[in-house]
Design a binder for this molecule. Sequence first.
Ligand code: G3H
Length: 260
Amino acid sequence: MATRRPLVAANWKMAGSLQLAQELIQKFSRISGGSPDVVLCPPSVYLDNIQRKLEAASQTLSGCSLHLGGQNLSHQEFGAYTGEISGGMLKEFGCKYVIIGHSERRRMYGETSDMVAEKFAMAQKMGLTPILCVGESLAARQANRTFEVLAGELDAVLDKVGIMAFDNAVLAYEPLWAIGTGKSATPEQAQEVHAYLRQRLSALSPYEGEKIRILYGGSVKPSNAADLFTQPDVDGGLVGGASLNASEFVTLCRIASQAE
Ligand SMILES: O=C[C@H](O)COP(=O)(O)O
C-alpha cells in the first residue's frame, strides 16, 4: 500500500445512536498496537455529544487516531437555507472530515456533479478534509461505462478546484451496486478502479496521485476486508452497515492497520 496511512471511515447514514458511540469509544480505548486513521461520521445531531465523549476519553484513546466527520454540508457558507448545515458548523462541532457526493445524496437529493464540486471547495474553505465519493451504477458497469462515469464525476471536481486541492482530500470508490447489497466488488474489481483513479490524478500530478488515499466502500465486512484492504491501491474503507456494529467496525480497523 505504498506509504499511505490507512483510513477507515464509518458512515452511519441515518442510523446509529449515542449508545453505539459509547460502545465504539470503549472498544477503541482498549486498542493497542496501532490503529489506522478512523473517522466517525454520525448523523449531525449526535456530533456535539460524541465530541464530548471523545474529549472525556482522550487519555484512554491516545493510541488511536479517531476523528469526527460530517455526512454532508451545504455548498453555501451561511444564510437562509432551511435544513442545511454549513462547513463552519461541522468544524465548530469537532469535525475534521466531511463526506461529499455520496451516491445516496446524488441519487435521492439531486446533487449534481457541479454541486458536489462546490461542496468540495466549500469544505476545504472551511478547513475540512473532503472524502469525495465516486461510483458507477450496475447499468453503467454492464455497459462498460465504469471508467467514463468515474472520470466524469472526478473531473467535475478537478475542473473546479484543480489537482493541488487533492493534497487535502480523500477519494472513495463506491460502486452503487455494492452499497448495502451485501455483494462487495471483488478485490480485483476494486483494485482495477482504484488504479485507474490514481493514474488519472497522477497524470496531472504524480505526487498527488501517489499520495492520495483511495477508500473502497460497498458491503465491506470483516470477512472480505483483508482481501480488499491489501490491494495495492486500496487505502482503507468507507463503511456503512458494518460500522453500526461496534465489534465489526473495530475488527475492520484492526484489519486495515495490519494491511498497512
Ligand atoms: O458510505 C458507505 C457506503 O455507502 C457503503 O455502505 P455499506 O457498507 O452499507 O454497503
